[in-house]
Design a protein. Structure first.
Length: 169
């Protein structure tokens, strides 16, 4: 994955619209499906929990399908990018112990992965207005830069490839 600059205002506006649409769709869809099922299959006990649950499940599956289908639509570009970025950072997080061990040994791919992680986290935290942890991130980046300097390595986020993680020992 490559890091790209995105318009924060556009991202926030589109994310808010998508969230609002999903909430409304979930409420209307699940209630509509549940009421239809209750009308078709009334219960003498008066409990319709299972029909309500089925309505929520069906609507959630439909929403998931729609979001995946339209993930590549231009309206979803920024939101989909952030979604993919979070997945990429999560993959690195799951291998973080090995990545940090590789950095300590001077392993170039591990340093590139950690550099990508820091750059991606910085972008993500900036988009989410999470300024509290940016100071810590600056310190972590400085530590990584000193390690890279120690081993004469030039860090470049464009050098990161997800295959790096599978090759870490």
């Amino acid at each position: 994955m490559k890091l790209i600059e995105i318009n924060k205002k556009r991202y926030r506006a589109h994310l808010n619209r998508i969230i609002t649409a999903c909430i409304l769709s979930l409420a209307i869809g699940s209630l509509g499906i549940a009421q239809t099922l209750i009308a078709l299959f009334p219960s003498s006990s008066g409990s319709h929990f299972h029909w309500n649950l089925i309505g929520v499940i069906i609507t959630s599956l439909c929403l998931g399908f729609i979001l995946i289908k339209y993930k590549n639509h231009s309206f979803m570009a920024e939101v989909a990018y952030v979604w993919d970025l979070k997945q990429a950072l999560n993959k690195i997080t799951r291998k973080m112990r090995k990545v940090r061990q590789g950095v300590e040994r001077g392993d170039i791919p591990a340093m590139q992965a950690l550099n990508f992680y820091y750059a991606g986290s910085r972008q993500l935290w900036h988009l989410d207005d999470n300024n509290i942890t940016l100071d810590e991130l600056t310190l972590w980046q400085a530590d990584l830069n000193s390690q890279a300097k120690k081993y004469n390595i030039v860090l470049d986020v464009s050098q990161y490839d997800v295959q790096i993680l599978s090759n870490l020992n």
